[in-house]
Design a protein around this ligand. Sequence first.
Ligand code: C5P
Length: 215
Amino acid sequence: HIPVIAIDGPTASGKGTVAHRVADKLGFHYLDSGALYRLTALSALRRGTSLTDEHALAKLAEHMACSFTGGDIILAHENVTDAIRAEEVGNTASRIAALPAVRQALFGLQLGFRKTPGLVADGRDMGTVIFPHAPLKVFLTASVAARAERRYKQLIEKGISANMEDLLMDLQARDDRDTHRAIAPLVPAEGAHVLDTSQMTADQAVEQVLKWYAA
Ligand code: C5P
């Protein structure tokens, strides 16, 4: 039986960093499920696919030629690791993620990441929908202010100019959409440990997750 650690939470909660480090510590594989929605969004934006054409978007998701190699994300032979992090792509991802056919199209792909010796899966519905039997489920959260600050720092570090007010509005809009959508809404899974990281470093959060896993 291959163990899965499901880590869900809102935008910029630090999930990505924490999930990645936990995977490294345990020697587990890592699934960045948000990247799959972002890849679908990027494909759609580039092809000019209508963001309301559920059928066409699901087809795009299903037939995407993407791969994850050594930290790089490749789409049809192009390195899109940075391109998928653009705010526009994130916003588009959150819009198309509300479409049931798109989620269905990405379902099997996500299950395929579960390989020996184990998987750390990061997203919004890892514990509720994709891996409901995961032995450890964590709901990672932080205050909107803490998350906006983290996102701000990340952008500045990358040399991208950012405006705190816009970031706050963007975060709240995304939270609202992810939490209130009809399908796979962002809620803590049954049995999930809730971890508020507003006052924690990433390493402290990693330590807590590893403690829960060992328990
Ligand atoms: O985590 P990330 O910001 O990369 O995800 C982008 C968007 O994809 C989220 O805002 C969310 O709407 C969607 N998503 C999702 N289910 C997941 C992962 C991401 O709906 N498991």
